[in-house]
Structure formats: C-alpha cells, structure tokens
Design a protein around this ligand. Structure first.
Ligand code: NDP
Length: 370
C-alpha cells in the first residue's frame, strides 16, 4: 500500500474521531475537519507514456485518487498494482471493460489510448455508466465527437477532454487578462506547437491509429490556444502543408500552417510540425497590450511575459491540477474552465475544416454559413 494511501487511511481515522469532538470555537479559522474528504476514484485506460505521467502526478492530488486500470498488456499489471496499490478486482482489459459498470470503487475512466480509439473507448465507458476524461485530440473528427457527447449525455455521465492547460496558472492569467480587457481589443494571435518525432514505427505516424499527423496531435494546442486567446470561435479557415520526408510522413501530415478568421476580424496565424523542435508559443496582441507564453504547451515550466513585464505565476504539476480540478467539478459542481466534450467538438470542427482546406489546395473553408 502506498504511503499516500496510508496517509489517507490515517486521515480518515482522524476524521472519524474529529466527528465526535465538537469544535470549541465556531469562528475557528481552520477547515472543518468533521467533513469527510470525498475523492473521485479514477481508472486509467491505456497504460502508455501519458498514463504514467498522470498516475505519478495523481500522487499529489487531494480530490482524485487512482483506484483502477484498464490495459491490454498483462505484463504491465504487476508493476502498476504495486506502484499504485491497485487491487485485482479493479484491473480490467479491453474485453472486460463493460463489467466496470458493477464496480462501486471506480467513478471515472480516463482514456489515454491512441487517438483513433478514443471514440470507441469513450462510448464503452459511457455505456458502463462511468464519467470519462478523454485525451486530446478528442476524436478523429467532429462527427465522432458529437456521437461521444450524445452517448455521455444519454448515460448521464460527465465528459471532459484532457486540456490540462486550462488549469495552468500562466494560461489562466492570460485568459483572465483578456476577459478583463487588459489587452484592449485583440488584434492578432500567433500560436504554434510542434516537435521532432522519433521512432518511425510508432502509432502516431499511422493514420489508422492517429487519425492524422502533427495537426491532430499537437496542432490542437495552437488551435485551442487561439480560441482562448480571442474568446471567439473561428468563422473561416485556410491551411497549407509542407512535407520534406515522404517516407516517414507517408500516412500523416508533417508540418501544417493554418489561419483562423474570427468574427471580430482577428486572424490567428498558427503552425504545427512533427519535424523540428523549439516551436511552441502563444502570442496575442491587442491595442492596449500583449501576452506571450513560450514555452506555452508542454508540461512546464511555462514561461510568460506581458506588456506589464514577466509573468510570475506558480509552476505546478499540470496533471495533478487537472485531476483535482475536474474532481472538484464532478464532486462539487464547480464550473469547468473549458474542458467539456463540447469544447473538444469545437476544436474538431476546425480540425475537419483544416484538413478539408489541405485537400483543396489551401481553399478558404467557411465554418458557418455566410
Ligand atoms: P502511448 O503509445 O505511450 O500509450 C498508448 C497506450 O494505449 C498503450 O501503451 C496501450 O496501453 C494502449 N493501446 C491500446 N490499443 C493500442 C494500440 N492499438 N496501439 C498502441 N497502443 C494501444 O501513447 P501516449 O500515452 O503518448 O498517448 C496516448 C494519448 O494521450 C494520445 O491520445 C495522446 O494524444 C494523448 N497525450 C496527451 C498528452 C497531454 O499532455 N495532454 C501528452 C501525451 C499524450 P496498454 O498496453 O495498457 O493497453
């Protein structure tokens, strides 16, 4: 059993004792320890690189706890069980997933499988009556995202996308300043995100599992960032692709630039790549000020500056903040900061249009009827 679980056990014994002891001063400044700490119990599905990062981060969480796993690789089970104190009865594979419906120790399944499996897996989790967080990109296209939203709605479960930056302090400060009018009217946005991808045999380079290339994987950061930098939804899209390695990128896009036109007249000029590093930035400029985050989208440290000087927001573990934050939304009804399935759908509508523009040689695609 992990030391965290021991701690929680001791905490819960302490809480029961506290429940019998009335506080001497009603005006106490200390939190009311008579209330039990309710936690969201999470199963991770697809135990790859990102699931490992989420699991380690969750050791910091107060409102969320890892209680289960779903994996297609039996050899991973022993290590995960011993690292996170997961009992046999909370271990599933993709064929037994439906039986998670009968497990009262799991409230939510976090889908961290390859992109093109998200649709199928989210539908399965919803059918089992569990809340779901799905990694980005939420689906291969907007139609799949709509079906996922409908399935979760029908099942009465919450559906979030792992847009962890919406809990990241620099990003939140940028959004706060924009909403408060501190940049004035937004005039332009310039976002990009990419990296040089390694192993040429990995699923990210196979269309059937990845749905697309750099645009699908990390271009969504630049796109989502353009939406929170402006607070608007794009009305048209144009896109261009450059491909320098026809073998490695035979099935998926390598480097894509795209432009998003917003109702206010602002144009966001964005890019994404799988073929070079040091390409990661959010930049927005208004008629009163600007903000720049760079790096903007990785796990940190996020760095930022505005017309007022350097940003000094705290550096946090993104995944821990996300999991505690979403647990708070589910358990206590706090408003989510823009991570619902509907937000994922809004991005997929634009991604669809970007790929359509690429297919049509850069043609301007209107997202809403003129
Ligand atoms: P990995 O390849 O490291 O892990 C994916 C896991 O999915 C595998 O380990 C496997 O787990 C499971 N899986 C099920 N079916 C397949 C299959 N046919 N082929 C390969 N794996 C399969 O990928 P990542 O963890 O890097 O990415 C997973 C998802 O998380 C992606 O959607 C990605 O976009 C997203 N992601 C998000 C990040 C963020 O910052 N928000 C960062 C990185 C990734 P098992 O063996 O247990 O079944």
């Amino acid at each position: 059993m992990s030391s965290r679980r021991n701690f929680l056990q001791k905490l819960s014994i302490g809480l029961s004792a506290a429940a019998l002891t009335p506080l001497s001063s009603p005006a106490s400044v200390f939190p009311d320890l008579r209330k039990p700490v309710k936690q969201l119990r999470v199963a991770l599905m697809g135990l790859g690189g990102y699931a490992g990062i989420v699991a380690r981060a969750m050791k910091e969480c107060k409102l969320a706890t890892l209680t289960g796993i779903v994996t297609g690789t039996p050899s991973k089970i022993a290590t995960w069980k011993s690292n996170y104190g997961i009992p046999d009865k909370n271990v599933y594979n993709y064929d037994t997933l439906h039986t998670i419906a009968n497990n009262p120790e799991i409230d939510l399944v976090y889908v961290t499988t390859p992109n093109s499996l998200h649709h199928k897996h989210v539908l399965q989790v919803a059918a089992a009556g569990k809340h779901v967080i799905c990694e980005k990109p939420v689906a291969d296209n907007a139609q799949q995202a709509r079906e996922m939203i409908a399935a979760c709605k029908k099942a009465g479960v919450k559906f979030y996308v792992g847009y962890r930056l919406h809990f990241e302090p620099h990003t939140r400060e940028l959004v706060r300043m924009r909403k408060a009018g501190e940049f004035g009217n937004i005039m332009h946005v310039n976002n990009y995100m990419g990296f040089k991808i390694g192993d040429p045999t990995q699923w990210r380079l196979k269309k059937a599992l990845a749905g697309g290339g750099a645009m699908m994987d990390v271009g969504v950061y630049a796109l989502n960032g353009a939406r929170y930098a402006t607070g608007e939804e794009p009305v048209w899209v144009t896109a261009q692709e450059s491909k320098t390695d026809m073998v490695k990128f035979a099935e998926v896009d390598e480097t894509v630039t795209f432009q998003l036109g917003f109702p206010s007249g602002v144009i966001a000029s964005c890019g994404t790549t799988y073929n070079f590093n040091n390409y990661e930035r959010v930049y927005l400029i208004g008629d009163k000020g600007f903000a720049e985050l760079s790096p903007a989208f990785g796990y940190g440290p996020i760095q930022g500056r505005t017309h007022l000087g350097p940003m000094n927001q705290p550096l946090i573990t993104h995944q821990a903040a996300q999991m505690d934050g979403l647990a708070d939304c589910i358990l206590n009804g706090t408003p989510d900061p823009g991570m619902t399935g509907e937000e994922g759908l809004k991005d997929m509508v634009v991604v669809d249009a970007i790929y359509e523009s690429l297919r049509k040689g850069g043609e301007k695609i209107y997202l809403y009827k003129k």
